[in-house]
Design a protein around this ligand. Structure first.
Ligand SMILES: [Zn+2]
Ligand SMILES: [Zn+2]
Length: 380
């Protein structure tokens, strides 16, 4: 596979300034962020990594000069084994925090999001003790209007919080004993001899489950669990233009961890409520508007509802049923923050079902006049 040119990847000229590189990167990083591309996250991730590598090189004046002179070849060996690795070699995380922070109201660290799923949330320093709390998933259905403008929502949820009475230990004060099996170390060593010498096998102590301490008198509030269920309300800011399948991680708002472990996240999954009149088509919105045969034939003006209120629309004379008009910029905003989609208006000629005798007489008269003008069946 040939590697794409860094300048081409970022869509910039070879003389681009640092500011230009930065703004190109920010724009594309938003667009290709795996969170924004839930339908094809693998491809988005690849793209995102490609962008980040180009950014890493072009923002470093030494690397950039080498690249300008020798191309990709010149940089072989400037990243670690296996080439550029985002989690190891990307040094501009703070530039990204800002991009994604703007998108998600500062909810999470882009580094976490990018590294994806549970393996990405391995936070350092947890060690043997302290198990990370579980994530909570919440589905948040939004109306088309809320998606249009963006919205701040309060979410009520039940989560496990650290028990304040025992400070999360699960024991009443003085009710915690050192485990006699492991002597408080939490691990058991077994020495076995083999052909090539002695082996020391270290495993977690089964009695205290590696914690080194045993609860002798459980806390009366949490009954030894160290955590209690509580109801809480979280506020979440939804940017305009989201769609079903996007998710917003609220970092460390999930269940409390065990034994001082970090809390899990709350994952807010965006869902869309069905709109009574509009149909969403990606960034465009679609509506069917019935008009009378006479209006279609003679032309005139109609009122069409949009997300931002009624607008007047001109119907040219001779408009056929099924004709689609486009109201530019009346669709949904783009999540990446550039422009809006359109509103598509399909005209349907409405045929009356009940006619008065006067109407019947007039239409019969009209029928005799227009019969010959109707085209033959086929691809009209
Ligand atoms: Zn033990
Ligand atoms: Zn307790």
């Amino acid at each position: 596979m040939t590697k794409r040119d860094y300048y081409e990847t970022l869509g910039i000229g070879r003389n681009a300034t640092e500011d230009e590189i930065k703004s190109a990167y920010r724009r594309l990083a938003r667009k290709h962020h795996p969170d924004m591309n839930r339908d094809n996250p693998k491809e988005a991730e690849e793209k995102f990594k490609e962008l980040s590598e180009a950014y890493e090189v072009l923002m470093d004046s030494n690397k950039r000069a080498t690249y300008n002179q020798f191309g990709h070849e010149g940089l072989s060996g400037s990243f670690g084994r296996g080439g550029f690795d985002f989690s190891r070699d990307f040094t501009h995380i703070s530039d990204l925090e800002d991009v994604i922070g703007g998108l998600f109201g500062g909810g999470g660290s882009v580094f976490d999001i990018l590294m994806g799923g549970s393996q990405g949330r391995r936070r350092g320093g947890r060690g043997r003790r302290g198990e990370r709390g579980g994530d909570l998933k919440i589905k948040l259905p939004l109306t088309l209007n809320e998606i249009d403008t963006g919205v701040e929502k309060n979410i009520r949820l039940k989560r496990l919080e650290r028990c304040n009475t025992c400070k999360g230990t699960g024991a009443q004060s003085g009710g915690l004993e050192t485990c006699s099996t492991c002597g408080g170390s939490g691990e058991i060593q077994r020495v076995s001899s083999g052909l090539f010498g002695q082996f020391i096998n270290v495993s977690a102590c089964g009695r205290c489950r590696g914690e080194g301490k045993i609860i002798s008198i459980p806390c009366p509030i949490c009954h030894g669990k160290g955590r209690v269920e509580k109801e809480t309300t979280l506020s979440v800011k939804i940017p305009p233009g989201v769609s079903r399948g996007n998710y917003l991680p609220l970092r460390e708002q999930g269940n409390a961890g065990r034994n001082g472990g970090s809390p899990g996240d709350v994952i807010v999954l965006i869902d869309e409520k069905e709109d009574p009149i509009f149909e969403r088509r990606d960034k465009d919105i679609f509506i069917r508007v019935p008009i009378s045969y006479t209006l279609a034939a003679l032309g005139g003006k109609i009122e069409v509802p949009t997300l931002t209120g009624q607008v007047k629309m001109k119907i040219p004379s001779g408009t056929q049923s099924g004709k689609v008009f486009r109201l530019r910029g009346k669709g949904l905003p783009r999540l990446e923050g550039y422009g809006r989609g359109d509103q598509l208006v399909e005209i349907v000629i409405w045929t009356p079902k009940k006619l008065s005798s006067e109407e019947k007489r007039l239409l019969k008269e009209l029928e005799d006049l227009t019969e010959k003008k109707v085209p033959r069946p086929g691809k009209i």
